[in-house]
Design a protein around this ligand. Structure first.
Ligand SMILES: Cc1cc2nc3c(=O)[nH]c(=O)nc-3n(C[C@H](O)[C@H](O)[C@H](O)COP(=O)(O)OP(=O)(O)OC[C@H]3O[C@@H](n4cnc5c(N)ncnc54)[C@H](O)[C@@H]3O)c2cc1C
Length: 469
């Protein structure tokens, strides 16, 4: 967790004594104000300086959330929903103070409807635990951010991960939500039907709204059957460009890759060191292929031929489940591997996404920027979607490093926007990307403000996030 970094804080007022008394009475020891618990809810995984909430409330039910909303609304004290706190853009920091509403103890799988390939969960269920729960039924939930995030947090940031190239993002995975509105009403955004043309698509409005419009208290998720055959492989390349071209050409040949992740040479050095592995220290692709045995063999043949033509090595296979788990654990820990290249460093991760036809050019130009940077940085990402990250390993006591990274980040985002891409493929806006949201969408941001003002006129929920009002 970060202990120093860029400071952000807005207006805050102390909790009124009447509210404190009411919260103590309603929540007992689930209302907490100790420094340790405030610290856990006031720091982030990225470069933002800690901002402590005034108190933390642990919810156990939708009724708890309604009660909290009613009490905080009457006292005009903000509520910041909190899942696992793994978001990267300061999304869950209480920049205006108030109550951090910890949803992680609402962690029940309510129903698995195997015949419909869906399930209903409370928002505090973590993605890994959900997959353990589903394993015996031959089903899985594919969205896998590197951290073991909560389903509510993932829905709220419109998260994705290594499987998104085949299975989509939280935008595709969420069928319906139960929401507590800022007025304390409980609504459901859709039924369990696979499709619906019933009015405005509120599900997709709340997905990605970063806790600013409503609090998610239940989520209905689309599931997938575990494929007959799963094969994972690692392939290193002479050049980063060769690796990117292999991905782009595979996608253009309509190979239904389940996962394809790029790691540049420095990232591979960091992964080897962090995860005690001995992969070649060269630009590398991690692949996974899903399907019937014949279908997987066909995919592999096409991708191998493309890799060979682009300077790829022989594929190194991981077909046993434990080998695959080891491979993907190393990929999921790549962020920590990159940050910890320097002792005492903190991470700054940026996340852009461009149309796949511009990916090679975007990554090549970014690589030139990083070669000239005095701050160590790596490139990795979900390249099958055109999405990649740059992870800087910053000395928290060196303000000039923070300034240098800010300038490089600006160049990376401006380049992605110039290619008709986005300033964030998956981490969201939080406090870190607000100016870039305006650069990307212009007047559309004013429409977003109008939605926020209409649904949350008191600005009760997660104020200061996504845009200034
Ligand atoms: C090592 C590492 C790797 C990562 N890799 C990826 C990746 O591959 N893809 C990706 O998308 N992200 C990635 N992330 C970012 C992070 O895991 C995601 O943003 C995740 O969705 C956050 O979930 P969380 O439960 O931690 O939510 P939090 O960080 O607690 O909250 C995130 C946002 O959701 C809101 N929120 C939380 N719960 C609720 C709720 N019940 N109702 C309403 N709002 C709520 C919060 O207010 C906040 O705005 C990574 C992070 C780390 C540290």
């Amino acid at each position: 967790m970060t202990v120093a970094g860029t400071a952000h804080s807005g207006e805050r007022k102390p909790l009124p004594a009447g509210l404190v008394a009411a919260l103590e009475q309603r929540f007992g020891d689930r209302f907490q104000r100790g420094q340790a618990v405030l610290g856990q809810h006031g720091s982030s995984e990225s470069h933002f300086a800690p901002v402590l909430p005034d108190a933390v409330v642990f919810a156990h039910s939708t009724e708890d959330v309604v009660a909290l909303v009613n009490l905080c609304s009457a006292a005009d004290i903000p509520i910041v929903p909190f899942g696992a706190g793994t978001s990267i853009e300061g999304n869950a920091l209480a920049v205006n103070g108030g109550i951090s509403l910890d949803m992680s103890q609402m962690d029940r799988v309510i129903a698995v409807n195997a015949e419909d390939f869906d399930c209903v969960v409370q928002p505090g269920v973590r993605r890994e635990e959900l997959n353990v729960h589903l394993r015996d039924q031959g089903l899985f939930f594919p969205i896998d951010p590197g951290a073991n995030a909560t389903i509510g947090g993932m829905a709220s940031t419109r998260a994705s991960g290594t499987n998104a190239v085949r299975y989509g993002t939280m935008k595709d995975a969420v069928l319906s939500l139960e929401i507590v509105t800022p007025q304390g009403k409980v609504i459901r955004t859709a039924r369990r039907a696979r499709k619906s043309a019933a009015g405005y698509d509120l599900t997709r409005l709340y997905v990605g709204s970063e806790g600013t419009l409503g609090i998610i208290t239940e989520v209905t998720l689309r599931l997938h059957p575990v494929p007959d055959t799963i094969s994972a492989a690692v392939c290193s390349f002479d050049t980063l460009g060769g690796a990117v071209d292999t991905v782009v050409q595979s996608i253009q040949c309509a190979v239904p890759l389940a996962r394809v992740e790029i790691l540049d040479k420095k990232q591979m050095v960091a992964v080897n060191r962090w995860s005690k592995l001995d992969y070649p220290e060269a630009p590398t692709l991690f692949f996974e292929f899903h399907g019937s045995a014949a279908n997987v063999a066909e995919q592999v043949e096409t991708v191998k031929a493309l890799a060979e033509a682009n300077g790829g090595s022989a594929f190194s296979w991981s077909n046993l489940p434990e080998e695959r788990t080891k491979l993907w654990r190393a990929r999921h820990e790549a962020y920590y591997a990159a940050v910890n290249m320097r002792a005492g460093a903190i991470g700054w991760a940026t996340d852009v996404c461009v149309p796949i036809s511009r990916l090679a050019e975007c990554i090549a130009q970014t690589h030139i920027d990083l070669d000239q940077s005095s701050v160590p940085a790596t490139i990795l990402g979900h390249v099958g979607d055109g999405n990649f990250h740059v992870i800087f390993s910053i000395d928290p006591d060196a303000p000039d490093e923070m300034a240098e990274v800010e300038a490089i980040n600006a160049r990376i985002v401006e380049r992605a926007l110039a290619m008709d891409g986005t300033c964030t493929g998956e981490h969201g806006i939080g406090i870190g990307k607000q100016e870039w949201l305006v650069a990307e969408l212009g007047d559309a941001v004013e429409q977003m403000r109008m939605i926020k003002r209409a649904l949350d006129p008191q600005n009760l929920l997660n104020p200061g996030k996504i845009f200034s009002l």
